[in-house]
Design a protein around this ligand. Structure first.
Ligand SMILES: [Zn+2]
Length: 260
């Protein structure tokens, strides 16, 4: 899982079926469009997730753990279907998903890794519901949970979302640029094939020679070999960026000459 994040996140693990469950009760379901909020919790305890689930079952008589996503140390886990109607935040359960950090944040701060997992989880949910609002449990219910600065979380998630957006745009531009560079090289390859065919040789030579100045070579063979070397480099060689840049200059000349 990466989402274009500036750090690596291990793949999310779905442990829904591994956690203790109420013997008879099951969560209801909500509709996709009903989801409006993603509510951040802490568990107020460092105990393992299985214990948290048991506590929700025995102390609250709930069907299972109430959170849908949990930050469990250095991993992000799914603990309920995102459409399960769970009871994690009184007054807001009907339209919210719960994400919770295992730990007591009233006694310690979130670690860097936990924060990274939390943000990955929030961004995962935002990739499904782009307009979902990130809220702290204490913004919808009378509680101290999650004992961490929600404004910082919102600001840093917004910053990461922007980073991801820019990364995706950059990659799109990059791939568009490469497609253009490759097209120029492939056109030169076709011209060189024609140059080597006696039926088309003369016409192809004239066209290849239009690229003499930009490539710095003086024979159709040298020009073509130079361009094809650039093509090879542009597809992942040591001089990839430089080769793409040079092919784009060649593509410009080819466009001026009507070769592209
Ligand atoms: Zn909470």
């Amino acid at each position: 899982m990466k989402f274009g994040l500036p750090y690596d996140v291990p793949p999310i693990e779905d442990i829904t079926d591994q956690l203790p469950k109420h013997p008879t009760k099951t969560w209801g379901r909500r509709k996709f469009d009903e989801v409006e909020n993603l509510i951040v919790h802490h568990m107020a305890s460092e105990a393992p997730l299985a214990n948290q689930a048991k506590y929700h079952i025995t102390a609250h008589d709930w069907p299972g753990i109430a959170y849908s996503l949990c930050v469990d140390g250095n991993r992000l886990v799914q603990t309920n279907d995102l459409l399960a109607y769970t009871t994690h935040a009184r007054g807001a359960n009907h339209n919210s998903i719960g994400i919770s950090i295992r730990g007591d944040l009233s006694k310690r701060s979130m670690t860097t890794v936990e924060r990274q997992m939390l943000y990955a989880g929030i961004l995962l949910v935002k990739s499904i519901w782009p307009n979902i609002k990130i809220k702290a449990h204490n913004e919808v219910s009378a509680t101290s949970c999650p004992c961490t600065d929600i404004n910082l979380i919102r600001a840093e998630v917004a910053e990461l979302a922007l980073h991801i957006e820019e990364q995706q745009q950059y990659e799109q531009t990059l791939s568009a640029t490469r497609i253009q560079a490759y097209a120029a090289a492939e056109r030169v390859q076709a011209l060189y094939d024609h140059y080597n065919d006696p039926r088309w040789s003369v016409a192809a030579e004239i066209k290849l020679m239009w690229l003499a100045e930009i490539t710095g070579y003086n024979t159709p063979k040298d020009i073509a070999e130079r361009v094809l070397w650039l093509y090879q480099e542009a597809q992942g060689g040591k001089f990839q960026n430089e080769a793409v840049r040079k092919l784009l200059l060649i593509a410009d000349v080819m466009k001026q000459r009507g070769l592209l």
